[in-house]
Design a protein around this ligand. Structure first.
Ligand SMILES: C[S@@+](CC[C@H](N)C(=O)[O-])C[C@H]1O[C@@H](n2cnc3c(N)ncnc32)[C@H](O)[C@@H]1O
Length: 300
């Protein structure tokens, strides 16, 4: 386990992931019923962008640093408020990881379960989130969350699957974890984040997602450079199972807004359904007696 998110916090891929996470958590709050938030790969929860790690890559300069301090955009408003709350003096020095985005936006009746396997990052995660009584941190393998933590006591749940993608089999593991989850809780909202390097490398993953058996699955992607160079991270995507309404509409307007600020030349975006919602079955009322069709005038 070499990956440390502190080197990448606040980059363009984090911006897409955290903006969508913030928006969907907010949309779920239109109902009073509690929501369980589960993070399979949590990272440390909170990042100092003036720290040594972030300073070594400077990735956040092409990410959160390009965004305005606030925005009326449905996709960005809640996310930017979370960043602003961490930086009362302005700027974006302190950056929220996914656990902190969720912690700030969830309500008293909601809960958070955060998994992290790296011992040092787990210790930091616990330290950063410990003060909040709604939070439980697990030092465990995130690939087991579907079997271990679902179904949740709450009838509504959001699972973020955000592995480092250091190994080729993490795409299949992400789909397997998604399947384990919806097998136990079909209505769960599940979000898989994935990197886009060369787009053709993702074809098998798309096929696995399309065949995963979820009720519906929306794909949202944003790349900031042409997605044809396998050596570098050119963009990222989110596979979103059971997205709350109207997240799709928010993405329709939000993705071009994000591209306008994050594009490094040759960027683009895509929004489509890998699994479309099944059409409503016909209502089971007695059909009126069919009228005999009139013969068209010129029929023989
Ligand atoms: C991309 S980072 C997570 C970032 C975080 N979700 C965010 O958005 O702020 C991936 C994290 O997964 C952790 N990790 C790697 N393998 C894991 C596993 N099998 N189970 C749980 N955590 C793991 C890494 O230590 C790293 O902190």
């Amino acid at each position: 386990m070499n990956y440390r998110h502190a080197y990448h916090a606040g980059n363009f891929a984090d911006v897409l992931k955290h903006a969508v996470l913030a928006r969907l958590l907010k949309l779920l709050q239109r109902k009073e019923a509690p929501v369980a938030y589960i993070d399979s790969h949590s990272g440390v929860g909170l990042y100092d962008l003036q720290g040594v790690e972030a300073g070594k890559t400077g990735e956040w300069q092409a990410g959160i640093a390009r965004l305005p301090a606030n925005s009326a955009s449905a996709l960005l408003a809640d996310y930017l408020q979370v960043v602003a709350a961490l930086n009362p003096q302005g700027g974006e020095r302190y950056y929220p990881g996914s656990p902190e985005v969720a912690r700030q936006l969830l309500r008293e009746q909601d809960s958070l379960q955060l998994c992290e396997k790296h011992p040092a990052d787990f210790a930091l995660l616990k330290d950063n989130l410990r003060a909040d009584e709604r939070v439980v941190c697990h030092h465990r393998d995130g690939w087991q969350v579907g079997k271990a933590l679902f179904p949740t006591d709450e009838k509504r749940a959001v699972l973020l699957i955000d592995p480092p993608f250091e190994a080729e089999d993490e795409y299949s593991s992400a789909v397997q974890t998604l399947q384990d989850t919806i097998a136990r809780m079909r209505q769960a909202v599940v979000v898989i984040w994935y990197p886009i390097k060369a787009e053709r490398q993702l074809n098998r993953f798309y096929q696995q997602l399309a065949a995963c058996g979820a009720p519906k699955l929306l794909r949202a992607e944003l790349w900031v450079r042409p997605a044809d160079n396998a050596a570098s991270l050119n963009g990222s995507g989110l596979a979103i199972v059971n997205p709350p309404w109207p997240l799709e509409d928010d993405l329709k307007t939000g993705l071009p807004e994000l591209l306008a600020v994050l594009d490094q030349g040759g960027g683009g975006y895509r929004l489509d359904w890998l699994i479309a919602e099944a059409a409503e079955p016909p209502a089971k009322t007695a059909a009126p007696a069919a009228k005999k069709p009139r013969k068209p005038r010129h029929a023989r």
